[in-house]
Design a binder for this molecule. Sequence first.
Ligand code: MEV
Length: 312
Amino acid sequence: IKKGIGTSNAKIILIGEHAAVYGEPAIVIPITSIRLTATVVPADDQLIDSRYYTGPIKQAFKNLAGIKALIETILQRLHQPDATFKLTIDSQLPSERGMGSSAATAIAIIRAFYDYFDQPLSRHTLLALAAISEKITHGNPSGMDAATTSATAPIWFVKGQQSHDLPINTSGYLVIADSGFKGQTGPAVATVRERMDDFPQETKVFIRQLGKLAYQARQALANNALQRLGEIMSHAQVILQTLGVSNTTLDHLIFVAQKNGSLGTKLTGGGRGGCLIALAPDEATAQHLITVLKAEGATQTWLQPLAHLQQE
Ligand code: MEV
């Protein structure tokens, strides 16, 4: 039986959230242990089977508008506008946690259809197609999520520029923990904007410092300077907290991680909820961090060995 398969993975921002809005660089890391798979098989209608909706695509809810438009465009491009199929989406990604769930879905769907119809797919086409559903779902996507959820190496991201792979040579483990609350990117971005309007000089200094930390983190990743990378992450957290985008739950979990062997801990993504990341020097410390963070209320945790992040 004919079958098309496409995969993608989650992402987190190592450093540079919020500063990225003002043109500073960010380092975004694919979390290859959290995967999403899309599968296309023959069927009598255009069907979709996902955790949000199961049934004919044309009857799908409005929240699938982005996916619908994406599939229509893919089929047109492949000269198969009336093809029938069943698309199954199997995702380990939590939604609304800043892990790139919507972009990862788009990436896997595109790959699955190109595989199903046996067509070559360039990276350029992949990202251009993903932008279609991301635009409908997010309004003004930066492209950061699509670039990283389709990659296996970290990305150096600057708004408005083509992102590129970042060579890294690092041991250590990233522990990702869900604070249990939805991230609030919109309000958090608005808070920083208000600060920029009210106190432009000092706010610009903070944003520039975050940019500098991204350059320093890039250096640390290239040189396996884990201790230094941890310090940079914790420094970024102090600035993010000062900018008003952390919250007491995140602050508490970050404090606990620091007390329990993390080399550096910070929120990741928009903040005001969502996830935090902690840097562990070895697997035993990472497992210990997972245990204590869960005991303190983290609802879900993941582990990403940095050594597993390689260029394609
Ligand atoms: C959110 O994932 C990242 C922010 O920097 C916003 C953005 O870059 O659009 C907070």
